[in-house]
Each structure stands twice: as structure tokens, then as C-alpha cells.
Design a protein around this ligand. Sequence first.
Ligand code: GLC
Length: 620
Amino acid sequence: MKSKVWIALLCAAFLCINCTPKHSDPAQARIDSLLKTMTIQQKIGQLNQLNAKCMSREQLIEKVQRGEAGCIMNVSDSLAYVLQQQALRYTGIPLLIARDMIHGYHTLFPIPLGQACSWDTALVREAARLSARETRRHGIGWTFSPMVDVVRDPRWGRVAESYGEDTYLTSVMGEQVVRGYQMEGLAATAKHYVGYGAAEGGRDYNTTWIPEVQLRNTYLLPFYRLIKCGCEAVMASFNEVQGMPLSANKHLLHDILRDEWKFDGVIDSDYGAIEQLVKHGVAADKKEATRLAIRAGVDMDMESHAYKKYLKELIDEGAIREADVDSAVKRVLQMKERVGLPLQPSVEEDYSAEAMELAGRLAAESAVLLKNNGLLPLSKQSGKVLVTGPLADSEGDQVGCWSPDYEAGHGITPLQAMQQRGRVVYSPGLRYSRDRNTRIIRDAVKAAYQADVIAYFAGEEQLLSGEAQSLADIRLREGQRQLLHALHETGKPIVLVIMAGRPLTIEDEMAYADAVVYAYHGGTMAGEGIARVLYGETNPCGKLTMTIPRHVGQVPIYYNHTNTGRPARQEPDIQAIPVGTKAHPAGAFSFYLDYGTKPLFPFGYGLSYTTYEYGSPVVR
Ligand code: GLC
């Protein structure tokens, strides 16, 4: 009986996804009646979220048959369909199949920090829609994105997944991504709720102290906007706020999300975050962590195995109410009813011409021109180009972090794109971004003498970007700086292209290049996008959405900072301080004596090949 109910439900949902109100009454009635028929173990099973990578196929199937999983993550295609069929057959309730699709599934678009620099919301929405289409085609109905953490510290590797330092822009970009997903029936997750990007020292998972007024002014708005546009889920972040980790933070989860904003979607834990309440020191053991999490309002337990193990015991002891579990299960069932599921594998191809063209266009529009002394745009008249640098021909790096479904061989690297546009000589100069074996620098220098202009692709391997990749030193790695100096010695003009997952402090390098383009990790078609900019096929229009500091010591540095009571009146000059004096000419104001107050490039900065000036509007 149950499976017939669900099949009918899912067919209805699948056929009219997103055209029914959030949870129509008939659907509500069906869910209520289903809930009444479920045992406590069946209910708890719905709150269990398992990582398919942590067990064998047989173990997975067995858990699904026993109703011990409500969601399986990191599974797709045939196994996803097998698991769905087993779930419907043995439990009558479909699984949520989930995946981290952050900036593309097979066709990878620029990292969100790059996409944001396009300021092109329509393009960002279309990229999300095409990514959702590829994702659902592989049997996945729920993704853990968009990430809408506001970020101000480039030492944090996860700035790559963000849309930058501005609250409003982050809200708008996140909203467009959710809408793009909704157009293809993919459920979205607003993450990481909340304040994860304010980790002390930019060190991942670290403590955050965010007063309520700053929470509301800076960090909460993107989540509010996404919830109001129908985002299905919110992911509670790893960090503690005011000493209370989100997975146990009743104020933020219950008082704000549920009571104040009336959010009735699913609150998912982050990976193992419920169990981590013990490490945080707020729970004596996993059982207490379970009690704190369900009471705070976490619906699904991602890979802590805490709910499965302790919820029933806690109910039997009267430590929690079954009603708390029921409301969580109800929200999960409501999400399943809305998300539906692809009922059979799709034969449409990934890497469609439409998706690849858009990926190239977005990579071009995400690139930010920081300097140009006239060297750009290149043309056939520019002569032979030496293409060099560790990112020049590294498809696996240009796709950026969170590219778990990346497949080699579909993309275009800068080297390939440059070879399509003119005479090129290639010498990498370094084998990878951290390479300190500068032996092959000599080869690149030799090759430079055969060329008329140098295109140097520097930056970060993708493994230096993303989760758990915090850096204390955000300069270009030593070997890359040496390569640039050696190339500069040749006297050939240099265009320096930075392909990275974060702002890097490149002040010193600026002097060695005639032109500088910040292209981030541009995705599958990064090379095509960058070449379009270098050759003027696309007029560079990218504008920074995250400040580039002069020095890491200035961090946090962002445009909408408070004024302080002593805003600097001038930039200090540490060398101008007379020896022996106590007072310095710049006066007692808020700055760094050595690095002043100004960044290398501020939020909103970006040049173009055309010239224009802002003036007061004239009515004609
Ligand atoms: C990770 C990340 C989160 C991701 C989740 C599932 O630890 O914090 O962004 O969605 O686990 O992979």
C-alpha cells in the first residue's frame, strides 16, 4: 500500500515540481497518514544520512532495505536507481539522493568566487540550471549548495565556494542559483548556516564570535533570502557562534530559522557535526550530542550515526519527545514529496554544446583585468607567445575545488586555447604550483628568448583551495615568484594570469608584469575564457567581489568596514618617521605603519579595454 501511495505521489510531484504550493493540503494529509503508520525505528531511519563512499554496495543495499537511511549521499547513476528501487520496494518511501554539486557536475563552471566577479546574475542562474540538469540526469535530487557564507579572510580556503565579501551580492547570487536549480527540480541547500566564514584567523572550522547585530547585518541575510525563495534545506555549520556550535544552537536553529523566519524545510547537519559536539566540549558523549542536536532542531544526521544509535533510547528515557522526531521526519517526507526523483536514467549527454559555451562565456566574464600597460589585447601581430607557468596546461587544477565528478579530457586549458589563436611555444617553468625544483625555470627562460611575448599562468593547484585548505601565507609560492623574476630578466613583455581559489597578495609581482588578469579557477573551459579576454574577443568586464590585500597582515580587510573614531587621514610612510622620534607624521589614526589602510585592489575593482569615466547623470 505504502509504495503505491509514494509512486502516485512521486509521479504527481515529478510532473509538476515547483508548480504546487510549498506543501499542498492533500500532500500534507498523505504525509500525516503515512507518519501514523511508521514505527519509531522507521522514523529514525528517515533522519539518517549516509555517505555511500563509506560502505560497500551490499552494505548500502542492506541498510536501505532495512529502512536505515533517509538519504544517501555521493552515489549516482545505476547504483542510485538500484537503491531507489530497493527503498520503494522495502520501505515504500523513496530516498533523497544527494551530492555536493557546487559549481557544476560534469561541466564545471568557474568557482563561485569567480562567477560572482561577472556580476551577471542571469548567467549565474543559467549555469546553475544547466548544472542542475546534469546532476538530476545522474539520479541526484538534492545538492549541498549554494554556499552563501559572507567571507572576509582569504586565508580560508573555502572563500572559493563563496560569492565574496558583500552580503547583498551574496544574497542575490545565491538566490539566482536556487532559482536555476528549481527550474530543473533540484533541491538546494543554503549553507553553511551561519558565520562559518568568520572563523578566527581564517583557519577552517575555527571559533567564531559574532555579536547578534553583526549576525543580522552581515551573515544572516543570504540565508533569509534563500529560504524565502523556496530553498529546500539549510545546512548547520561546523563552527560555534558565541561558544555554541550550530548543531546544538537552539537560538539560531529554532528561534531564528523556525520561529522568526517560519522555515519549514530540512535542517541538515554538516558532515559528522553532531558527533563533533563532543570535541567542541558541549556534549559529554555522543548520546548527549544526539539530545542537544534534535532539541536544537537538526533534522538529518550526516554521517555521525548518532540519531540511529541514540534517538530511541532518549525517547524511552523521556529525555526527548517522540514529537520532536515526528516533526523532523515530517519535514524530510515533505522534501521527498516535493523533490520527487528521476524515474529512469536520462540518455541526454553531459557537456552539451550549450553548457560548454556558457562555461567558456562565464569564465571570460569572471576574469578581472588588474593591470594593462597596453600589452593587451594580444593579436596575431603580437608575434610568438611563450606559454608558461604551472597552471598553463593543468585541466585538473583549473576546474577548482569541489569538482568531485570532474572527468579529464573535456576541457580547454590556457595552452590549448592559446595554440588555437596564434604561434605558441610552451615551457611550463614549474611542474606544479608548489614546485621548488627550479631546474626547469632555465628551460622556460631559454624558450622566452624565442618568443615575442610571455603569457605566464600562475596561481594555486586546486588542492590548495577549498575545505581544510587554510593558508597563513597567501603570496604566490616561492618557485612561481622566482620564475616570474627570471622571465622578467629576459626583457620580454609579460602578461601574468592568476588562476587561484582565493585572493593572493601579489603586490610585488605586479611590477614584473605588463598586464595582470585574475581568472580564479575558471572551470572546464577556463582556458577558452581566458584566451577570449587576452585576445580581446571578450572585453574584460569582471569586477572583484573580494578585496585583494597588499599583505596578509591587513586581513580582515573589506570595503564596508566601520569608520572607527580615528579613520586614517593619509597613508603612513614608515620610512618617513624621523629616527628617534616618538610621533610620526601620519598621526594617531587607524592604519598599519608599514601597509597603511588600502588594499592592493578593492572590492569592485576591474579594468576593461575601453576607457570611460563616471560623471553626474544628464537628462536629455
Ligand atoms: C563537508 C562540507 C559541506 C559538504 C558536506 C558534505 O564537510 O563542510 O560543505 O556539503 O561535508 O560533503
